[in-house]
Write a protein that binds this ligand. Structure first.
Ligand code: ADP
Length: 299
C-alpha cells in the first residue's frame, strides 16, 4: 500500500502527527511490588522516582520519529483490522497487546498457565505483566531501528494510560465505535487461520433500519480456500466470555477514552459498516490517502 498524506495534521484531531522529535524505549522499572515475576527486566532508573505511578522510563533521543497512535474500542470493533491496515500504510509497527499476550500464552514460559486462566475468563492481565510484554516488544522494534507505532489494545486502564503519558508523547488516539448489537456477533464469527494467522469472519451482519435509526450491513469476510480447513476460534470468543470482556471494557477502558478526550487527543470514529465503507472514511478522517487502494478500486 502506498500512502500520501494530504497534510501533516489530521483535519479533525488536534494532534501533532509526526512532528515531535523523540525516539524512546520504555524499560521496566524495578519495583518491589512486581519484580518477583521471572520475566521482568529489572533495570532501575532512580531518576524516575518522581513518577509514583510509572512502571516505565524513557530514553529520549534527539531525532525525528514516526506517528505514535493508539487504537481504542470494544472487543469485536475491528481495532486489529484497521490498526494493521494503517500500520502497512504508514510503515510503522502495529503492536497489539492481545497478540503479545496470546504469544506468551502459547509458549511454555512461566507466565503461560497464569495468563491462560485470566484471558479465558475475559479478565484483564495485570498492568505489570502488560507493561513488561510491551516494553520488550518496543525494545525489539527500537533495536531494528523502527520508530513510531500503532498500539492496539493498550492502554486499557487509567494506570496504563498514565504510564504511557509519563514516558512518551502520543499524537492521536482513535476511538473506534460500532453498534453494540454487532459487537457480540463479530466476536462469535471471528475465525483465525492456524497456519498463516489470517483473520476472517463468518458473521454477516444485517441490521434493519428502524425507529429512525439507519440499517447497517457488514459482509462476512470468508477465508481463502487454502485456509478453510485450518480455521480456529479464539478460546475467549465464547458468548459468556465476550459479554464479560464487554463489561470490563465499559468499566475499565471507558475512563481511558475520557482521559484522552480531556487532553484533546481523541478522534471518535463511528464505523459505518464493513471494511469497504469504513476504510475510505477512516482515511478521510485521518487526512490520509491510500493510492494503491484507489488504483485497485479503479482497475
Ligand atoms: P479484545 O478483542 O477483547 O479487544 P485483545 O486481543 O486485545 O482482545 O486482548 C485479549 C486479552 O488479552 C484481553 O481480554 C486481556 O485478557 C489481555 N489484554 C490485552 N491487552 C491488555 C491490556 N492492555 N491490559 C490488560 N490485559 C490485556
Amino acid at each position: 500500500m502506498a500512502v500520501f498524506s494530504r497534510c501533516s495534521r489530521a483535519a479533525t484531531a488536534p494532534t501533532r502527527i509526526a512532528t515531535a522529535t523523540f525516539a524512546y524505549v520504555i524499560r521496566a522499572l524495578s519495583s518491589s511490588s512486581f519484580c518477583s515475576s521471572s520475566t521482568l527486566n529489572t533495570e532501575t532508573d532512580l531518576n524516575n522516582n518522581n513518577k509514583p505511578a510509572a512502571l516505565g522510563t524513557l530514553q529520549r533521543e534527539p531525532k525525528g520519529r514516526n506517528v505514535q497512535w493508539v487504537f481504542l474500542g470494544c472487543p469485536g470493533v475491528g481495532k486489529g483490522t484497521y490498526a494493521s491496515r494503517l500500520s502497512n500504510l504508514l510503515g510503522v509497527p502495529h503492536i497489539a497487546t492481545g497478540d503479545l499476550v496470546r504469544h506468551e500464552l502459547a509458549s511454555s514460559g512461566p507466565l503461560s498457565s497464569k495468563l491462560k486462566e485470566i484471558v479465558n475468563q475475559g479478565k484483564l492481565v495485570s498492568d505489570e505483566i502488560i507493561i513488561d510484554l510491551l516494553s520488550k516488544r518496543l525494545g525489539v522494534e527500537a533495536a531494528k531501528g523502527e520508530s513510531g507505532f500503532i498500539l492496539d489494545g493498550f492502554p486499557r486502564t487509567i494506570r496504563q494510560a498514565e504510564i504511557l503519558e509519563g514516558v512518551t508523547d502520543i499524537d492521536l488516539v482513535v476511538n473506534l465505535k460500532l453498534r453494540e448489537e454487532a459487537l457480540l456477533a463479530k466476536c462469535l464469527g471471528r475465525r483465525i487461520c492456524s497456519e498463516c494467522g489470517g483473520n476472517y469472519n463468518v458473521a454477516c451482519i444485517d441490521i434493519k433500519a428502524e425507529n429512525g435509526r439507519p440499517g447497517m450491513y457488514m459482509a462476512a469476510l470468508p477465508p481463502p480456500p487454502q485456509c478453510e480447513s485450518k480455521l480456529i476460534t479464539r478460546a475467549d470468543d465464547t458468548e459468556e466470555v465476550v459479554k464479560e470482556r464487554l463489561r470490563i471494557y465499559h468499566e475499565m477502558t471507558r475512563p481511558v477514552e475520557d482521559f484522552y478526550r480531556s487532553r484533546g487527543k481523541l478522534l471518535e470514529f463511528d464505523l459505518p459498516g464493513g471494511i469497504p465503507e469504513s476504510w475510505p472514511k477512516l482515511l478521510q478522517a485521518l487526512n490520509l490517502e491510500d493510492h494503491e487502494d484507489k488504483e485497485s478500486a479503479a482497475a
